[in-house]
Design a protein around this ligand. Sequence first.
Ligand SMILES: Cc1cc2nc3c(=O)[nH]c(=O)nc-3n(C[C@H](O)[C@H](O)[C@H](O)COP(=O)(O)O)c2cc1C
Length: 351
Amino acid sequence: MISLSPNLKNKLSQPLKIGSFEVKSRVLQSPLSGVTDMVFRRLVRRYAPDSMMYTEMVNATGLHYVKQLPKIMEVDPNERPISIQLFDCRPDFLAEAAIKAVAEGADTVDINMGCPVNKITKNGGGSSLLRQPEVAEAIVREVVKAVDVPVTVKTRIGWNDKEITILDFAKRMENAGAKMITVHGRTRAQGYNGNARWEWITRVKEVLSIPVIGNGDIFTVEAAVKCLEQTGADGVMCSRGTLGYPFLVGEIDHFLKTGETLPPPTPIQRLECAREHLQALWEYKGDRGVRQARKHMTWYAKGFVGAADLRGQLSLVETVDQGLQLIDRAIAQLANGYELEEEIESNLALV
Ligand SMILES: Cc1cc2nc3c(=O)[nH]c(=O)nc-3n(C[C@H](O)[C@H](O)[C@H](O)COP(=O)(O)O)c2cc1C
């Protein structure tokens, strides 16, 4: 049985204030490269209409040279609250990109200072900024000067175990003008391994005045409540827990607002969601969308007999119709299984 302490309840009844911008939910959907496009965000928002969502990270240098707005930066005029996330190490390019982000409809602009991927860090972006705090400060200052929406930062606790620099780093970001910071409780060296060290989020919260969002290992309502209670964070951000499960942010938000736990979706409901996701990705991106949908569909197909086989088949689909047929067949089989179960139960009742 999960419950909220009176202190936490009181805090959760207030909106999350990101500078001048207010959000009516304390649960956020993280930026996930290759995942949080408009289609995915629309699914998450159906269950979590008040939550802040993030685009995939957008390369500011790319934006400077290409000029054309990439698809990953597209925002539906009706989807709010929304943050566009940027990455780079050049303050001038980031400021320029932030102006474009605001023109596209961003309510806040987030700077990625946590990505561990070599391709990004060797060019001075993502988590390598943890080792260049002066550059990170200059970035925040320039971007704050360029736009009139709140600027936020998402980062990790440090480069590695010998360089856990988050306390000094977070304070610098606040002083430079960041209006919120999200802390993923892992070092860059950890990648996605080991546990997220929420104790560092607690410590960041103790030294900052701006909102602090806890991130890392929020896979369930229980984990979200535990993280909020343990760290005193102003909100939680869900990431890998939403892969193939766009219900998570809404489930947590619902619990924090009402104290009620929603029943989890059935395997059939998950597959119906996979179907809708595939169809929408195809409509939005064509064949490229179908290729991108493969991984999503395998994430949805879990928790029933035959799921492993289905995942194998879904990972190979070439066309939208192939994918839809596989999902429809699996839904029909599951539905038959349920009918059979009901029949057995009613027969047993007669015995
Ligand atoms: C597939 C994938 C893509 C990601 N893309 C981004 C990104 O574009 N920007 C970002 O700030 N973090 C990104 N992250 C990191 C997550 O937002 C999050 O910080 C991390 O997964 C920790 O949370 P978790 O333990 O709940 O997954 C990504 C993570 C994954 C697994």
